[in-house]
Design a protein around this ligand. Sequence first.
Ligand code: NAP
Length: 279
Amino acid sequence: MIDHPRIPLAGVIGSPVAHSRSPVLHGHWLRRHGIAGHYIPMDVAQSDLRQVLSALPRAGFVGCNVTIPHKESVLGLADMVTDRAALIGAANTLIFRKDGRIHADNTDGYGFIANLRQSVPDWAPARGPAAVLGAGGAARAVIASLLEVGAPEIRIANRTRARAEALRSEFGAKIIVHDWVQAGNMLEGAVTVVNTTALGMVGKPDFRVPLDALSPQAVVSDLVYTPLRTRFLDEAAEIGCATVDGLGMLLHQAAPAFERWFGVRPEVDQATRDAVLAA
Ligand code: NAP
């Protein structure tokens, strides 16, 4: 039995993970708080997931992040799943408890809301409809969190309409599904507009939804953060909207996980952004 103090370890499990900014982010916070811990990327195949998860706590890991393609399957391997992770149908954060149990949570929705609140302090999501482009994993977290902060109606358009319809069945009557080809129309009167598709990301096609119906009062957010300023955000800013990039969501979703693993709540500030952008 090991009874001496161990260096706390955490990391991100996915495949691929080489592109992840999380090691730089958590490394920055570990240094800032003088914590003698480490956070590493771990490329794990689906077939090895169960075995890796059971071995990590024994090697000194206090938890880990989970990314594509394991976000859904870890729910079945965890001993406890938070309500929000169950609602979203995916986990991004695992906590390895001292009693040996694995706790699964999803902080993506929290990160999305915290980022908008920090970037646009007078954002009032309950004041009108939200329009969400996309219906993938990130959209689920965004929709769950928008409902939680009181969005009265959430309009969704997705290239594959069936995925948007599935979200309506799960999240209920506040969800209104629109055709992808008419996505521009659903922006009218929306107070919150979010791109959760991969469009506009480096290596993906451009985001080409017409923004003529967008009100200058809308708060517009893009989950894509490579590049940081997407064409969608630039066009919305030209209309006069407050715009919020996706990097802040990545930073904010990580803060509660860092706190659970290492015992300190890290601040998301300009120095944090700069550290991640410089990497
Ligand atoms: P996902 O589950 O694979 O969903 C991808 C979404 O993009 C789907 O709605 C998909 O539509 C749509 N899409 C992809 N290619 C398209 C195209 N050519 N035309 C129209 N729609 C297209 O992925 P995800 O996990 O939700 O991630 C989506 C984006 O959010 C990614 O760029 C990811 O990097 C970003 N993200 C950012 C954060 C953050 O912290 N900022 C967190 C999570 C995700 P179909 O259903 O029709 O395929």
